[in-house]
Design a protein around this ligand. Structure first.
Ligand code: MG
Length: 344
C-alpha cells in the first residue's frame, strides 16, 4: 500500500464565526491510499480545539508506514497500528480510515452504506449552520438557506438574543442551537436555555465547557430541551460516561478517528439510551460523503461542511430539500470534479 497526501485550502462562502473565533479559509489535507490499482480518498480537517493543524497532520503521516500492510481488508489491524503511533491526532487518523474504507468499497464495488446493510432512504434531514454574525448578515444567510427545513444556530457570545431575534424576524423554521462551550457558568446556561425553550428550539449542543460535566448534569435536571454533547463526545471511551449528563452525542469523524470508531460509537450510544447526531468540521465532499454513509443509523444530521465552501474539489453526497442523498458510487461515493468534467 502507498499513502500520499496534499494540502488544500477550503475557501468559505462567508467568514465563519463560532464562540471560539472566526475564519474565511479552512486548510485540510487530502490523502490517497493506493493498492492493487485502486485509489481510496480520505481527508483530514484538523481543528485547533483538539490541538491539530495541517502541520501536525503531515507530521503524523510521516510516521505512518502503510507499506508494511499488503491487504487493506485488514482494516482492524491497520487502524489499530495507526491509532497506536501517537495519542490524539484524530483527524489525521480519520483521513487514513476514510481512505481505507473508500478503497474497500471500490474493491467490492459497493457504496459503504450498502456494504454495511443500511437503507439510504433512512438518512435524516440535515441542518444548515448559521455562524455568528451581525443581524443583517444572519438574515441574509437564513434567506440563502431557504431549502433547508432545519437551521443550526451558533450562539455562545454576548449577542445571543440579537441573533435569535434577527432569525425569528425572517423565519419560523425549527432551530438547533450550538453554544460551543460558550456559556461559562451553569446559571448563565440555565437562563439561556429557559429563554430558548420559548423560541422553537429542538435541542442545545454543548452548553457548557467540556470540563464541567457536573454543571451539565445539574443543568439537564432543570431544562426541557435535550442536551447534545459535542466537545464532550470525542471518542468511543467518552460515550458511556455521558449517560445521565447529556441526552445525545454528536459524532464527528475528525474527532473520533474515522468510520470504524464512529460505528462503534453509534452502537454504544444506543446501548446507553443516547440519541445520535453526526456532525462535521469545515470539510470537502470527501469527509462529508464518508460521514453521510452512516447517516441511515442516526437521529440528527449536521453534515453541511461542504455546502459552506466555494471551491470543493470533489463531488459526492448531495442535499436535496434538506435530505442527504447518497450517490450510487462505490466506497464513500466521491469523484474528483476535474475527472467528472472529463467523464472519468
Ligand atoms: Mg458543535
Amino acid at each position: 500500500m502507498q499513502l500520499g497526501s496534499s494540502r488544500f485550502d477550503l475557501k468559505l462562502k462567508h467568514p465563519f464565526t463560532i464562540s471560539r473565533g472566526s475564519r474565511d479559509v479552512s486548510p485540510v489535507v487530502f490523502v490517497q491510499i493506493e493498492h492493487d490499482g485502486i485509489v481510496g480518498f480520505g481527508e483530514a480537517a484538523p481543528s485547533n480545539r483538539y490541538g491539530e493543524s495541517v502541520e501536525t497532520v503531515e507530521a503524523f503521516f510521516a510516521k505512518v508506514d502503510v507499506r508494511r500492510f499488503v491487504d487493506p481488508f485488514q482494516l482492524e489491524s491497520i487502524l489499530d497500528y495507526v491509532d497506536g503511533i501517537a495519542a490524539d491526532n484524530t483527524s489525521a487518523k480519520a483521513a487514513i480510515d476514510i481512505a481505507l474504507h473508500d478503497w474497500i468499497g471500490k474493491k467490492v464495488g459497493l457504496p459503504l452504506y450498502k456494504y454495511w446493510g443500511l437503507d439510504k432512504q433512512k438518512a435524516p434531514l440535515t441542518s444548515m449552520t448559521i455562524g455568528i454574525d451581525e443581524p443583517e448578515m444572519i438574515q441574509r444567510k437564513v434567506r440563502e438557506a431557504e431549502e433547508y427545513p432545519i437551521l443550526k444556530i451558533k450562539l455562545g457570545r454576548a449577542n445571543d438574543e440579537a441573533v435569535i431575534r434577527a432569525i425569528r424576524q425572517v423565519t419560523k423554521k425549527a432551530l438547533r442551537v450550538d453554544a460551543n462551550e460558550g456559556w461559562k457558568t451553569k446559571e448563565v446556561a440555565l437562563e439561556k436555555i429557559k429563554w430558548l425553550e420559548q423560541e422553537g428550539v429542538e435541542f442545545v449542543e454543548q452548553p457548557l465547557p467540556a470540563g464541567d460535566l457536573a454543571g451539565t448534569a445539574w443543568l439537564r435536571d432543570r431544562v426541557n430541551l435535550p442536551l447534545i454533547a459535542d466537545e464532550n463526545s470525542i471518542r468511543l471511551s467518552d460515550v458511556s460516561r455521558l449517560q445521565g449528563v447529556f441526552d445525545g452525542i454528536n459524532i464527528k469523524l475528525m474527532k473520533c478517528t474515522g468510520l470504524r470508531e464512529a460505528l462503534k460509537m453509534v452502537h454504544t450510544a444506543r446501548a446507553c439510551g443516547l440519541k445520535v447526531m453526526a456532525g462535521c468540521m469545515i470539510e470537502s465532499s470527501v469527509g462529508i460523503s464518508a460521514a453521510a454513509q452512516l447517516s441511515p443509523l442516526i437521529d440528527y444530521a449536521d453534515l453541511d461542511g461542504n455546502v459552506l465552501i466555494s471551491n470543493d474539489p470533489f463531488d459526492g453526497v448531495k442535499i436535496i430539500g434538506g435530505t442527504l442523498v447518497l450517490p450510487d458510487r462505490p466506497g464513500i461515493g466521491v469523484i474528483k470534479r476535474s475527472e467528472e468534467l472529463l467523464g472519468g
